[in-house]
Ligand binder design. Structure first.
Ligand SMILES: CC(C)(COP(=O)(O)OP(=O)(O)OC[C@H]1O[C@@H](n2cnc3c(N)ncnc32)[C@H](O)[C@@H]1OP(=O)(O)O)[C@@H](O)C(=O)NCCC(=O)NCCS
Length: 184
């Protein structure tokens, strides 16, 4: 199965989310128990990939965000910001410590499709799709990656970078992707 065989649709009250299982309880239960309320409260919008019977095989939730300097005590040293600024190549912009971003709050692929490559098609889709008709400027895709080898490998292969060293042994790590990479 390819991602393009599936139907892309916003989460709705009628969506069949109870059979979805991505193998990580926190992420599965977000979709099943919380995503509708997050959407209603305008805290995160969730989008599904489902077949013609409505079976959900992948989803992601996104919201507007900002990569923001939280100060030294959180590991946001001058070095971090200088490195980020250089990485983004923002030579014509005054150095700032707030970068407009879109946050991928949650993302999951049905466990039967792990290893199929669909997760990579999903990330390619997200990177392109967030740029379409997005009125406020947005430079970064950001997320809190579950700090486990499988998840970190997945985001690394999708060209996401770690922001900090100080969260190396935390449960989650902040990662970012420069959306400017998509501009020819
Ligand atoms: C994280 C998740 C989306 C990754 O999907 P996955 O299919 O398991 O992804 P993997 O990185 O294991 O990749 C599987 C295989 O696809 C292959 N692949 C296919 N297309 C690829 C591509 N374009 N680029 C790189 N690898 C590709 C790889 O070779 C890889 O096999 P390998 O590990 O033997 O080299 C999925 O495991 C998931 O939904 N997990 C539960 C929820 C979760 O953790 N969400 C993220 C929270 S931060």
């Amino acid at each position: 199965m390819e991602l393009s065989d599936l139907i892309f649709t916003p989460l709705g009250e009628e969506s069949q989310i109870t059979t979805f299982d991505c193998g990580l309880e926190d992420i599965t239960s977000f979709l099943q128990d919380d995503a509708v309320a997050y959407q209603a409260e305008k805290m995160a919008n969730t989008y599904l990939f489902q077949d013609e019977k409505g079976t959900v095989f992948a989803f992601f939730s996104i919201s507007n965000d900002c990569l923001n300097d939280l100060g030294d005590e959180h590991g946001y040293t001058n070095n971090i910001w200088n490195r980020l600024h250089r990485f983004l190549g923002l030579s014509n912009v005054k150095r700032i410590r707030q970068y407009p971003a879109i946050k991928i709050g949650r993302l999951g692929v049905h466990k039967d499709l792990h290893g199929s490559g669909i997760a990579y098609q999903l990330m390619d889709f997200i990177k392109g799709w967030v740029m379409i008709d997005h009125k406020p400027a947005c430079r970064l895709l950001i997320l809190d990656a579950v700090n486990q080898p499988k998840q970190v490998k997945y985001y690394d292969r999708n060209d996401f970078k770690f922001l900090l060293k100080s969260d190396e042994s935390s449960k989650t790590r902040i990662m970012y992707y420069d959306l400017e990479k998509l501009t020819p």
